[in-house]
Design a protein around this ligand. Structure first.
Ligand code: RB5
Length: 141
């Protein structure tokens, strides 16, 4: 199960990602927001982060205007490794090296075509399991 959440700035892109995930057959739990009314991104960051750390969802995706605020908020939750990605190289590297469990996207920065490719890369790339990366992640925790 994948958790997804956004603020008003990320709502339109979240809808595109949801349609894409449906085509892929990915099971998703949508934590909101559910319209473009102005709202507070930390609320959605926390909901998705807690869904991941509780084990309810394996990974999460968060979207706000820049991806910055929502990633900062998610990373306050212990056990969350949220990576803000604007390219596929970073999405692949953060899965392989950081075992990132939440992806953040900036809807006002990254176009929808690239965003969907980043989502696919994030979902399809396994953690490397290299000893050095395991050690570094444990040092973060
Ligand atoms: C909302 O206007 C905007 O501040 C938010 O979407 C995000 O970019 C914050 O980091």
């Amino acid at each position: 199960m994948l958790a997804i959440g956004c603020d008003h700035g990320g709502y339109a892109l979240k809808q595109e990602i949801l349609a894409h995930l449906k085509k892929r057959g990915v099971e998703v739990k949508d934590f909101g927001t559910y319209n473009e009314d102005s709202c507070d991104y930390p609320v959605y960051a926390r909901a998705v982060a807690q869904a991941v750390t509780s084990g309810e969802c394996e990974r999460g995706i968060l979207i706000c205007g820049t991806g910055i605020g929502i990633s900062i908020a998610a990373n306050k939750v212990p056990g969350v490794r949220c990576a803000l990605c604007g390219d596929c190289f970073s999405a692949q590297a953060t899965r392989e090296h950081n075992d990132a469990n939440v992806l953040a996207l900036g809807a006002r920065v990254t176009g929808p075509g690239l965003a969907l490719k980043i989502v696919d890369t994030f979902l399809d790339t396994p953690f490397s399991n290299d000893e050095r990366h395991i050690r570094r992640i444990s040092l973060i925790e």
